[in-house]
Design a protein around this ligand. Structure first.
Ligand code: C2E
Ligand code: CA
Ligand code: CA
Ligand code: CA
Length: 280
């Protein structure tokens, strides 16, 4: 280990203090913000590339409209919320928003469209997790198999048995469960062996910085094949170019979520888009 000169040490201490300050601020502002309705859900369309590029649903992604700091992206507050536990509350408020939107969309006589929300590890560990999500789903009269819950791969790696058990209960209550960021961790394949999820979301890392595109495609198409044999649908995330779409379509991937089709949209924008699609 190289000895650091004194002033550099001071520099690091300052950095850490600054960081901690920022974190406490985000934490306390966050608490207030959730109650004040400053967090909103944007919807990113999911497109079925096997069926004429139709929009088949969306993922709800949290956005923070901070009264002084403006729009704050998730990467700046999610990791802090995860550390402090506030994330479970945020997950719930985004879930409620998704249900509220769906309720009014369905009340207009539209066909159901799948909406996915993210569930963090801490959210899942809340003792009333299943009860709360089921209650809200019923309150807003959301039909079965419309709401999708996205769990990250790292979550499934913690306690397999508990996770499998919860997923089974959720499915019996009419939720679809998906494994998010699949392939970004280490024991992905092992997890698939027992996990009862019905959707796999291929992490966007698969489509980034590949040294050798041929090798990338061998890996991806084999995961898609394996998933199909296990009766699991695949969603490819973070797709940005048409070559990848063409490849994924040929490989049998069902759905794509990426900038190639659309960025996350405000709820109004998303509503307009799918109504337009319905009119076609
Ligand atoms: P995620 O769940 O993996 O969501 C996908 C992220 O990829 C989103 O970033 C989305 O905007 C981005 N993305 C989609 N298509 C593309 C593309 O083609 N190219 C690139 N470069 N990016 C693309 P976002 O909205 O910034 O969210 C980041 C992460 O924050 C999410 O990753 C998720 O882990 C977390 N997050 C967001 N909202 C919530 C929430 O309500 N609860 C929890 N627990 N986590 C959330
Ligand atoms: Ca997600
Ligand atoms: Ca993801
Ligand atoms: Ca992610």
């Amino acid at each position: 280990v190289k000895q650091l000169p004194g002033n550099q040490c001071a520099f690091f201490t300052d950095q850490i203090r600054l960081q901690a300050l920022k974190e406490t601020e985000i934490e306390s502002d966050g608490k207030i913000g959730i109650n004040a309705g400053q967090f909103i859900a944007h919807f990113q369309p999911k497109v079925n590339i096997q069926k004429g590029n139709r929009i088949v649903g969306a993922e709800a992604l949290a956005r923070w409209k901070h009264p002084e700091k403006g729009m704050i992206p998730p990467d700046e507050f999610i990791p802090i919320f995860e550390k402090t536990g506030l994330i479970a509350e945020l997950d719930r408020s985004i879930f409620c928003e998704a249900c509220r939107w769906l309720h009014s969309y369905l009340a207009e006589g539209n066909q159901p469209i799948s909406i996915a929300v993210n569930v963090s590890r801490l959210g899942l560990l809340e003792p009333d997790f299943i009860e709360y999500y089921t209650k809200v789903k019923e309150q807003y009269q959301i039909p079965d198999n419309v709401l999708q819950l996205e769990f990250t791969e790292s979550l499934a790696l913690g306690d397999d048995d508990m996770f499998n058990h919860i997923v089974r209960i959720l499915q019996s209550k009419g939720f679809t469960c998906s494994l998010d960021d699949f392939g970004s961790g280490y024991s992905s394949l092992n997890v698939l062996k027992n996990l009862p999820v019905s959707v796999l979301k291929l992490d966007m890392l698969f489509f980034r910085k590949s040294v050798d595109i041929k090798r990338e495609r061998i890996v991806v198409s084999n995961i898609i094949n394996m998933a199909r044999e296990l009766k699991i649908k695949t969603i490819a995330e973070g797709v940005e170019n048409t070559e990848t779409v063409d490849f994924l379509r040929a490989a049998g991937c069902d759905v794509i979520q990426g900038y190639i089709f659309s960025k996350p949209l405000s709820q109004e924008e998303f509503g307009c888009l799918i109504r337009e699609m319905g009119d076609r």
